[in-house]
Design a protein around this ligand. Sequence first.
Ligand code: CA
Length: 225
Amino acid sequence: MAEKILLVEDEEKLARMVELELRYEGYEVGKANNGRTGLGMALSGEYALVLLDIMLPQMTGMEVLRRLRRESAIPVIMLTARDSVIDKVSGLDSGADDYITKPFAIEELLARIRAALRKQPAAPAVQKLTAGPLVMDVDRHEVTVNGQGVDLTKKEFDLLQHLLENKGRVLSREVLLDGVWGFDFVGETNSVDVYIRFLRSKIDESFGVKLIHTVRGVGYVIREE
Ligand code: CA
């Protein structure tokens, strides 16, 4: 499901540009052009993250942030027009997760959004992930196939967890790199292929199962047999 981002920004041109880019990246976007409306929307529980301008009509971004933090831990990235140390310090003191100075490159904003969303504590919901005979116990960091333990390195475990959390969905190399290695990873996208080979050897080949599938030209997917 697409994550929903709230954009509180009164500069219409900038807001439209950011909205288009976010939608293009697959996010849903809600917009408010003043602080008061923005605060109400941010408290609605519908959004995964808030992009909050500082200079806003009706209620400043700082005031929105202060009030928001009384009730909500939603990630907030401040958009500031000035590269002012005071703004940054008071924004971070008031509970902002990050800030970005206008004008910004959209790629930088997207990277910060991904980082802020990743910092969110994972929901303590399902701690066992399965695919056919494979069971992953996330808390105990254990993987079994037909009840037999599989010895995985940390990266292999993370990659497998990512695939299992998205069971049935084909994930591109870029998505896997971003999810497992982080957006600041510097290197070759073939790291993903290398680790997929490790997983195949330890799981599919060792146990005679077929769980990890290649979708040519697209990426990888875990499917139950
Ligand atoms: Ca403004």
